[in-house]
Structure formats: C-alpha cells, structure tokens
Ligand binder design. Structure first.
Ligand code: PLP
Length: 423
C-alpha cells in the first residue's frame, strides 16, 4: 500500500477483507474475544502473537482506522484514542514521569495548552513554552537531559501559524529528542510531518478525518523512525518493564507504539469506541476530496474577505502578504485547510451583529468539518481571560474565527456579503 498516493490510501488503506468477508470493516461491538486454547491466549498476553483479547486495549474496527491513518501519515503503527486530548495525554504518559519536562509551542490548541500548562505539572511534569518564531538557540536553551519531547502543531489552532519544520527537526535531531506534531488542521492529505522530521503524529480525528462532526476521536501515529535503543534520554525504553513480563520496548521494531498500548491504553482504557472508529473510517474515505475542496474554498473566501472594506485584517496563509505564506508554500503546497481568522472594523457588538446576520454559516464551537462555521473567541472559548491575557493570546475583541467547509464558495461569499452589510 505504501506506494500509493494519498487519494488512493484514503479509500483503500486500512482494512483488507479475506474471501467472503464484508468489504468495509464491521462494527465489532464486543468487549472480549473467544480463544479455544490456553497457549494461544498466553502468547497474546506475551505479545508473541497478534490478535485481540479485550477492547480496552485493541479492537478490530479501531484497528482498521489505525492502519488507514498510519498509512496516510507514512507511519508504522496507529493507536485510536477516545479523543484528540486523550491521544496527547497518552503520548505524554508513555514518555514522561515526574521530574521530566516537555517543550511545547505557545501556539497550540487551548485544550492542549491547558493539559501542558496546568494538568501535567500536577503530576510533576514541567512544560516549557516557546514562541513558534523563536530562534533555534532559544529553543535549545529550554532543552535539558530530562526533556522528553518537543510538541507543536503543523497549522496552529487558532493562531494559524505554519510550523517551521526544518528548525524544530534540526534541534530535535541534534539532541536525540522526539519531535511530536499535532497534524489535525493540516491532515495527512496536505502535510506529512513524518517526512519533515517528526517522529510521532497526533490527530484529533474529531476534525477533518471524520469530517462530519459525527464522532469524537484521536489518533497517535508512531513513525518508527526514532532509535530508542541505548538512548540515555529514554531509560524507560531500555530497562525491562516488570508490569509487562520484562519487555524492553527499545528493542522492539515498534517501540513507542507498543509501550503506549501495553502500558497506557491498558491502564487508562482511553481507546476509541468501535462505533466512532467505524464512522471515522467512512469519513476518512473522502478526506482527500474534502481537503481539495476545502482548500479551494478557503482561498476564495480569504481573498474575498481581504478585499472587503469592512474587514480590518485577515490571517490565512493562502494570501500572499500573510506572514506564513512562504512557509505554507514550502510545507503545504496544496493548501493549509479551511480555518482563518479576521477582524471586523468595529467592536465585539459589531461581530455579534455580523454573526447573527449569517444565514448559512452557523455559530459553533467546532472547526474543520464539512459545514462552514464561525466563532467569536473573546466572548466564548476565551471569555475567562482578562484583557491582558486576551492580548497575549492574540485574541482581539473584533476577531472572528471562520472554518470554511465544502459548500459552494459563491454561496459562502454571498452569505458573508449580506452579513457584513448588516454591520
Ligand atoms: N488538537 C487540535 C489541533 C485541536 O483543534 C483539538 C480540538 O479542537 C484537539 C487537539 C483536541 O481534540 P478533541 O476535541 O478530539 O479532544
């Protein structure tokens, strides 16, 4: 399968039926699995044989999606998780223990920022933040011998910063350190972080991969391109795991993925449900088509807003004068996805007037699905922040976040036009 292009992988990778089996994966709604002999089960528990024994660790429907997303990302192993947040948490728990630290971009999704800045420190894991545009030297100054990974997003939500892969990959390589990239807003159709120096890729599949706002989920993809064996930064990969029959993860072909499932999926059960895996699998079949249309629509809508007299400013990397245009051309030549933010000339009340006047585009706490939607972060997702915190987060009172979907672009522009007229 690995020789095929993304459009083909979207529909063909993941599940290959045998004679007489269903063409698409079935929803395997079973907690447990039958075995007729004891040795077979023992081999499963020792990871000597492949198979399923309990759906808290692995499930055939979830596996079909895991294989599809891993193929799309060019990785060797996938882990379907209950949500994007649980995918990030399981990754951190697999790599870190109290006393360790992680280095994370400031410009990440608010939920991820909270996990790193508030929750992980409660377990003794420190997080050091860097500005996406900082120098390599600044980034290196945050790294010490207890640093376990660098984390950033390909296209940051909601700042729409395009990641400087070369800078991060070079620093991580120099320090024998994992680079973990959340590829949610770009998707593997528009960008493949593993080919740009990342070692692990994370997704909130609740976004474009499902694409229909129907199923919550997350995915971890192990790139299989990092050598843990003998790496002093990762002692837990180089000593026997007494909770797993003395397994030394660093000696396995899929070191990170196996450790994550054997330890953290086992201990948390934060696996994707078979029903959600099925829905997401179907959604992913059309991912390439949807991203193509999304990118085209986003370009047209961004150009329209950039020229509109009632729009003060707009951020979308498709625009030539956007600070991330050049980087987007280098790393995401087929588009950066449908999310953009713009400022209406006026204040929060004008934004409310505009958003309430929209007829087709709806107000939602969501991004990255087939339907276009808007949100006013200052009065919703970020309303708990004070004026200074809003300023630091780059959230002005007139900022509107727009996620462009796959409707007809002319209809979207007509709706934006009449709503802007109401301001
Ligand atoms: N990563 C990014 C970039 C996101 O935008 C989100 C959610 O919006 C998440 C992770 C968290 O995913 P979930 O909502 O599926 O837990």
């Amino acid at each position: 399968m690995s020789n095929y292009k993304q459009e083909t992988l979207c529909v063909q990778a993941g599940y290959q039926p045998k004679n007489g089996e269903s063409r698409i994966p079935q929803i395997c709604q079973s907690t447990t699995f039958f075995y007729g002999d004891t040795q077979n089960m023992a081999d499963l528990f020792d990871l000597k044989a492949e198979g399923f024994f309990y759906s808290r660790l692995a499930n055939p429907t979830v596996e079909a999606l895991e294989k599809k997303v891993a193929a799309l990302e060019g990785g060797v192993y996938g882990l379907g998780c209950a949500s994007g947040m649980s995918a990030i948490l399981l990754t951190a728990m697999t790599l870190c223990e109290a006393g360790d630290n992680v280095v994370c971009a400031n410009e990440v999704y608010g939920g991820s920022f909270n996990l790193f800045s508030v929750t992980l420190p409660k377990f003794g894991i420190e997080c050091r933040f860097f500005d996406a545009n900082c120098s390599a030297e600044r980034l290196e100054s945050l790294i010490d011998e207890r640093t376990k990974f660098v984390f950033a997003e390909t296209v940051a939500n909601p700042a729409i910063v395009v990641l400087d892969f070369e800078k991060l990959a070079n620093v991580c390589k120099k320090h024998g350190l994992l680079l973990i990239v959340d590829n949610t807003l770009a998707t593997p159709v528009l960008c493949r972080p593993l080919s740009l120096g990342a070692n692990i890729v994370i997704h909130s599949t609740s976004k474009y991969i499902d694409g229909h706002a129907a199923a919550l989920g997350g995915m971890i993809v192990d790139g299989g391109n990092f050598n843990f064996k003998g790496n002093k930064r990762y002692p837990a990969f180089n000593v026997p795991d007494e909770s797993y029959h003395g397994l030394v993860y660093g000696e396995l072909p899929v070191a990170f993925g196996t450790k994550c499932r054997a330890q953290m999926m086992r201990d948390t059960g934060a696996i994707m449900s078979p029903q959600n895996a099925f829905i997401t699998y179907l959604g992913c079949d059309t991912l390439a088509l949807r991203m193509e249309r999304t990118a085209r629509n986003a370009e047209k809508v961004a150009a329209f807003l950039a020229a509109h007299p009632k729009v003060e400013w707009i951020h979308h990397p498709s625009l030539k004068d956007d600070p991330y245009h050049e980087r987007a051309e280098k790393y995401l030549p087929n588009g950066t996805g449908g999310m953009m933010s713009f400022g209406i000339k006026g204040n929060a009340k004008d934004c409310a007037r505009f958003m309430e006047a929209l007829k087709l585009i709806t107000q939602e706490t969501h991004v990255a699905d087939v339907r276009s939607c808007v949100l006013h972060p200052a009065s919703t997702t970020h309303r708990q922040l004070n004026k200074q915190q809003l300023k630091d987060a780059g959230i002005s009172a007139n900022l509107v976040r727009l996620s462009v979907g796959i409707e007809n672009a002319d209809d979207l522009i007509a709706d934006l036009t009449q709503a802007l007229n109401a301001v």
